[in-house]
Design a protein around this ligand. Sequence first.
Ligand code: PLP
Length: 371
Amino acid sequence: MFSEKTYGHSIVIYLDANASEPLRSEARDAVVAALALTGNPASIHTHGRAARAALENARSAIAAKLGAAPADLVFCSGGTEANAMAIAALAQGRRVLIGATEHDAVRAASPGATTLPVLPDGTLNLDAMRDALHSGPPALVCCMLANNETGVLHPIEAIAALCREHGARLHVDAVQAAGRMTLHVPSLGADTVALSGHKLGGPKGAGVLVLAPGLHLPALIAGGGQERGRRGGTPPLPAIAGFAAAITSAMPPSPALRDALEQAAQADGAIVCGTGSRLPNTTCLALPGVKAETQVISLDLAGIAVSAGAACSSGKVTASHVLTAMGLTNLAGCAIRVSLPWNVTAAAVPAFCAAYEKMLARALPRTAAAT
Ligand code: PLP
């Protein structure tokens, strides 16, 4: 059995929710119940029909929470696939424009795309977007709702209005926003919206792409015609059931603990990157001259789990493309992301502050000596 203890010490306080949220108990119960269902939802016998009913219940619950119609939800393996599915389908015959701070899931799915700049506050530069839409053939615009590193919220409704004006399609990656802010998908005005179960307290392994009413989407993975021919493959029912339970119980958190933690870090010399309208659980804290990796390791040794920019499967820490795009090139290699999970308690604030100060005491003298 794996546990955090495998790695030498137990992680005392987990502040890396944007990488993955802790599993909610409601989600765990739903997963366990779904694991007991033997049937394949595509089978017509009793066992298959029971699995099918559980799948459709989950679909209805997620759709209700998002204000969407159940038939417009396409289940898949997670946020990366939901983004890839949308872009592969909507980009056909169109040029692709993506925001400079998009997640790698979107960047990798749109090779050759034109990058739209962001303003210093991290939001999409709408003038630049208008200019790009004016010049050239019909476009697909990809813009995230909330940024994974800074929590900055993009003005999606204004972006959708510009897209409509210019006959452009809009895909929105709402992976970090779901569960952390009220999300009424039709109000966004997008053609497609991507969500991921493990980012809101469900298990890993399920995501959903929400389609605008009436939108037909060719499958990225055709297979056996599941999901009305829009995504082949037996759906991961336990993960989907957990996703539904998680989104049903998710409530947007208060920013109070994030703000307290952030203010304490600022008093110690940290610079907050992206301070405008943003997710209530996220802060991006830069310490000029102290490498992000050094900060993450030092905080981990003190029992605090945070990340350096985007979590990355190879474990490499490179300068953040998000901060670079915001014009914060000098801070792009020395910022950490602190993202509070749904079950954070007030004890996290003093614990983080103590670890942060310990890290500062170790890192700064060496930095001062080196400069
Ligand atoms: N989009 C954003 C904004 C993300 O933060 C992530 C994950 O970090 C993804 C997409 C990918 O989601 P998943 O891990 O479910 O594939």
